[in-house]
Design a protein around this ligand. Structure first.
Ligand code: SAM
Length: 382
């Protein structure tokens, strides 16, 4: 009955929810069912960015969709786990099942559990809807009570929000609890943990590979690849359109310090978060201009997926009045303001500059050799 109501709701024009609810009730669906169907249709539409065509047959809870791994990210992780020899994985805190689905599609048998019965039944509905039920057992169960002797790999993506939906940055507030999560690798060596991008490197399990993942420039997650799965101390993985790029390194190397060059790269967030700026700088023969700032300067523009490239046109005055005068002399109207290493409030600065010219411009607020600096930039097409 719900699926029928969803089909009817999906056929209605996207826009006026009240009109849609009335139309469904007029078609004979009780109010509760009509509301549930409209919610599902709205969530499916939203889910297309994470799940593509699969979203049309999947079921979601609002929180489950928000927390779900994007399908390409989950698929890559599952393929890596399968390539490492894993055959049976426990997905502890499976949510609506994004990772479970990817593991099953990669040929792994999956024991998926979620403490929330509603979420577990949504995951179960999803593996059925996608024809994957044969290889997946979904249970509403506390992860901490799951015996792990029948699996050769574990994946845990702990909840990182409070019940009020607020993000939790302190891993000690993770659910299942952090001690349980970090202890998994001692029980099952092939353990992968999905963590918040802001995780402190010091909290990664000893010897684990720390991976930071971005999708089209946004850092979406960190992962700890434990035991035999650790292939490098640190990795940045960038999903850009249909391509994936990976950079590895120690995460402890300092980039060489030099002068402001003809070009500057603003490294992808995954490169910065994984502490791979030195490794990135080496790929473009670049240097940084301040030991604490991740802008990488080069003499020439080298195509790279790992950072956005700008030509450095000039260094502008830092003082507000002189900066305003310089930008007005350039007839600047719309200003893109980048910043690394500056405490200035970008919007406040924009207001204070009161620019009314006709040209667009890009500036970077940063530090050079310990001192504040403003660079006038021009984006380089890559
Ligand atoms: C971040 S979500 C998982 C998302 C999932 N990987 C996906 O991509 O769809 C975390 C899930 O862990 C569940 N959870 C929290 N504490 C748990 C516990 N102690 N045992 C089992 N599940 C738990 C939550 O209900 C939530 O659905």
């Amino acid at each position: 009955m719900l699926e029928q109501a969803i089909q009817a709701a999906a056929a209605l024009p996207d826009g006026d929810p009240l009109a849609a609810a009335s139309a469904l009730r007029a078609a004979g669906f009780p109010p509760d069912l009509a509301a549930a169907a409209l919610t599902q249709v709205a969530l499916r539409r939203k889910a297309v960015t994470k799940f593509g065509a699969d979203a049309a047959v999947m079921h979601f809870t609002r929180a489950g969709l928000e927390q779900a791994t994007r399908a390409p990210v989950a698929a890559r992780r599952a393929a890596r786990l399968a390539a490492a020899g894993a055959t049976r994985v426990a997905d502890l805190g499976c949510g609506i099942g994004a990772d479970t689905i990817a593991f099953a599609r990669a040929g792994l048998r999956v024991h998926a559990v979620d403490a929330s019965p509603e979420t577990a039944s949504t995951a179960s509905a999803n593996v059925h809807a996608l024809g994957l039920a044969a290889g997946v057992l979904v249970e509403a169960r506390d992860a901490t009570e799951v015996p792990l002797d029948e699996v050769d790999a574990v994946f845990c993506d702990p909840a990182r929000r409070t019940s009020g939906g607020r993000r939790v940055f302190d891993p000690r507030a993770y659910s299942p609890p952090w001690d349980f999560v970090v202890g998994l690798a001692a029980r099952v060596p092939m353990t992968v943990l999905k963590l918040a991008p802001g995780i402190d490197h010091a909290l990664l399990p000893p010897g684990a590979e720390g991976e930071w993942v971005s999708v089209d420039g946004d850092v979406v997650e960190a992962a700890a690849w434990c035991g035999p799965l650790a292939a490098a101390p640190r990795r940045a993985t960038l999903f850009q359109g249909s391509q994936v790029f990976s950079l590895t390194g120690s995460g402890t190397t300092a980039a060489p310090v030099g002068q402001v060059g003809n070009f500057v790269y603003d490294p992808d967030g995954a490169v910065v978060r994984s502490h791979l700026v030195a490794e990135f700088a080496a790929t473009v023969d670049g240097t940084i201009a301040d030991p604490t700032i991740a802008y990488v300067y080069t003499a020439s523009a080298v195509p790279t997926p790992f950072g956005r490239c700008y030509e450095v046109l000039d260094q502008l005055p830092v003082a507000l009045k002189r900066l305003r005068a310089a930008l007005r002399a350039l007839d600047v109207g719309s200003l893109t303001i980048l910043k690394r290493g500056s405490a200035l409030d970008v919007e406040e600065l924009r207001r204070s500059l009161r620019l009314s010219g006709t040209r667009p411009a890009v500036i970077a607020l940063t530090r050079v050799a310990g001192a504040p600096a403003v660079l006038l930039l021009r984006p380089v097409a890559q």
